[in-house]
Each structure stands twice: as C-alpha cells, then as structure tokens.
Design a protein around this ligand. Structure first.
Ligand SMILES: *Cc1c(COP(=O)(O)O)cnc(C)c1O
Length: 387
C-alpha cells in the first residue's frame, strides 16, 4: 500500500511526543492538570440543548440536509451580522453554513489554491491554514508575528515576491494561539492590501465574541470594500460551548462563498437539520450565556496571569480568546519548558513551536479547564518556578 506524497509531506504532529510523556506520567500515578487543549469545559446552554433535543425527535430532520443549510439558519446568521456588526448580508449568496468552521477553512484551499501557489498565514497560527494549503499542493508562506508588534501581522513588511506568489491572506483575531486582538483600522488596511494585490482576505473569527475588559472585536466585513474582497469564518463552537456539535459558517464576498460551496457540495453534506435548529436557537435566543462564559474565562485568565507574574514571567492579560501566550524563561525552548512543567508540576501546556517557527520561545495556556483545576495547576506552576 502506498499513500500519497501529500500525506507524507504533512508536518509531524508536534504534540504526539508530549502526549506520550503525559501518558507515561499518568501511568506513574501523577494527577496531571492539562492547560493543553482549547476545548470549552462548560456545557452547551440548556435552551440550545433543548431546541436540539426537540428537533431531533421530529422526523422532518432525519433526511439529508440541504448542502447550503436551511434558509432559516442562513437568515439567522444574517440577522446576527446585522445586529452585532451592522453588516447587511444576502442570506442566499453571502452566507454558507458549515459543519464547523474548520471544514470550510480546509475547503478554502481546495477552492482557491492551485499547486505551487502561495497562501500567507500568520506564524504562529492555527495549524489548519497551513496543512490545508499543503494538501491542496500550495505553499504556506509564514507572516511572522512578534511580541513587539502585539502579534499583529505587519503587511507592509511581507516581501513583494511572497505577495505576488500568493492568492490568499489569512488573518485570525482574537488569535489562536496568541490571544492577540486587532483594531478596525487593521481590518481596513488588510482589506485594502488584499484589494491592491488581488488576494482573497480570509478572516477566522472563531473568538470574536469572547473578549474582556470592554474590548469589542470587529468583523472584517465592517471594513470598506470587504464584501468584494473578504470572507469571514464564524463558529458556534467557542461562543456557545458547542465544539462537538459541528456548526459554523462562512460569510462575505459572494464569489468566495460560491467557490467554497462548490467544493463542499462535491465532498460532504449539510449539517444535521436538528443541529441547524439548535444553531438558530443559539443565535436568536438569550445571549446572557456569552457573558457568563466571558466572566468564567476572565477569572481563570486573571489567576493564570497573576501566578505567572508572581513567578517572574511578564505577561499581560489578553483582551480576547481563551488562551494565555507566555514567553518561556531564559535558557528554555518551548518544548523544554513544557517538559519542566510536566516533570515538576504535573501540568501540561502546549509548546508554541507547534503553531509555527515563530511560536518558538512561547507556550500556550488554555483556559478551558475547571476553576479548581486552574487554581491548583497555577499553584503548582508557581511552586515549580520558585523551587
Ligand atoms: C476552535 C477554532 C476554530 C473553530 O473550529 P470549529 O471547526 O468551528 O469547531 C476555528 N479557528 C480557530 C483558530 C480555532 O481555534
């Protein structure tokens, strides 16, 4: 049996080595506390579960769903954009529901990238932009993010030949893994830059509703001209604790939506109709569950940041997303610091180098574990650093 070159070309799973060490520690009886994965620990709000439960009992939901999603769900997504961002979308041509936004992020590469063509990706960044580009035969070109620039890409510094070789520019704010946020002015610059260079601007807005301290995250579609050059991926996963349900969407420039829809109809199906009804309940229903999520993450964020600062690691409290991005102490690499925390504290964090070469020198603490585990984990981290 011989698998395709495109599979063997994928980068090795950086967390595999760490997973092995975590299993070994657990086997030795260590009570491991994991700040490793970004998967909300809190349940989906009850009114959303109830809408899904009722819909599931209705045989009308049991057949193949439409590839393009129920009109009611598309309209609900368009209403959300109007209400939240003041952006008017045509539910027929500018909205496409997805089986989680990751699905569409992967389809984008198939839809827009021919072999050898470039895709500009934030480094460090969510690995799927990169791997989907590689699977399509394209070339992911890293745009370095640095602490000095607040982990916001400096578009003017991208080498001209890299811009000329590229079809797509990816951005993600609030960001995974850095939790960086951006201004509406940056969004407007990114749209202008993409228009000037004939790029599709793709914004991953997975964390747009999870922000702190009065910061409100913009949509790229609020920027002038965005509906001609940009698309935006959204998801119920993080906002409503629904990672397992698989509902997301892509909205924006009709040409982009059409191209992704063409890939989608050929290789997968629509979202289970009962889950679409639950999605409508999430978007149209009471929104206080988001405030509750924010309050919980904010508390955990402050515990993590406070402990790290007491331990002599300077970190600022992030204004968005569900991560704390932490520079490793001098003399450490991302992986050696992860190893130290596992050995000395029984605590798992994600090595920054897993998110791109420019993530080296950092680790990511996720805030998606129970409050008491956050408290105990950070007590242990602080002891390990002082000891
Ligand atoms: C979690 C996450 C998503 C959401 O993925 P879904 O497929 O919608 O669950 C998208 N982008 C980033 C950067 C994420 O961290």
């Amino acid at each position: 049996m011989r698998s395709a070159r495109r599979i063997s070309a994928l980068p090795p799973y950086l967390f595999a080595e760490l997973d092995k060490k975590v299993s070994a520690a657990k086997a030795k009886g260590v009570d491991v506390i994991s700040f490793g994965i970004g998967d909300p620990d809190r349940p989906t709000p009850a009114h959303i579960v109830e809408a899904g439960r009722q819909a599931m009992a209705d045989p009308a939901t049991h057949q193949y769903p439409s590839y393009y999603g129920m009109p009611e769900l598309r309209e609900s997504i368009a209403r959300y954009y109007q209400r939240r961002f003041g952006v008017t979308l045509d539910p027929k041509t500018q909205v496409l529901p997805l089986i989680g936004s990751k699905e569409g992020i992967a389809h984008l590469a198939t839809a827009f990238v021919d072999p050898g063509e470039g895709v500009l990706v934030q480094d460090p960044g969510y690995p799927v932009y990169n791997t989907a580009t590689m699977l399509a035969g394209g070339r992911a070109i890293p745009v370095p993010l640095t602490a000095a620039d607040g982990f916001v890409p400096q578009l003017g510094r991208i080498p001209a030949e890299d811009v000329a070789a590229s079809k797509v520019l990816w951005i993600n704010f609030p960001s995974n893994p850095t939790s960086a946020v951006c201004t509406p002015e940056f969004m407007a610059d990114a749209v202008r830059f993409s228009a000037d260079n004939d790029l599709l601007l793709a914004h991953d807005a997975a964390y747009v509703e999870l922000t702190y301290d009065g910061y409100v995250a913009p949509s790229v579609l609020q920027a002038p001209g965005a509906l001609d050059h940009a698309i935006e991926f959204g998801s119920l996963s993080k906002t409503y604790n629904m990672t397992g349900w698989r509902i997301g969407w892509v909205v924006g420039a009709a040409e982009g939506i059409e191209a992704i829809g063409r890939v989608k109809t050929n290789i997968d199906s629509g979202i289970f109709n009962a889950l679409q009804r639950a999605g409508i309940a999430a978007l149209d229903g009471p929104q206080d569950c988001i405030e509750e999520n924010i309050a919980v993450y904010k508390r955990r964020r402050d515990v993590v940041v406070g402990a790290l600062n007491s331990g002599g690691i300077p970190v600022e409290a992030p204004k968005g997303a569900i991560y704390v991005w932490v520079p490793v102490p001098e003399g450490h690499t991302s992986v050696s610091f992860c190893q130290l925390l596992l050995d000395e504290a029984g605590v798992v964090v994600a090595p920054g180098s897993g998110y791109g070469a420019h993530g080296e020198g950092f680790v990511r603490f996720s805030l998606t574990l129970a409050d008491d585990r956050v408290d105990e984990g950070m007590d242990r981290v602080l002891k390990a650093m002082k000891g």
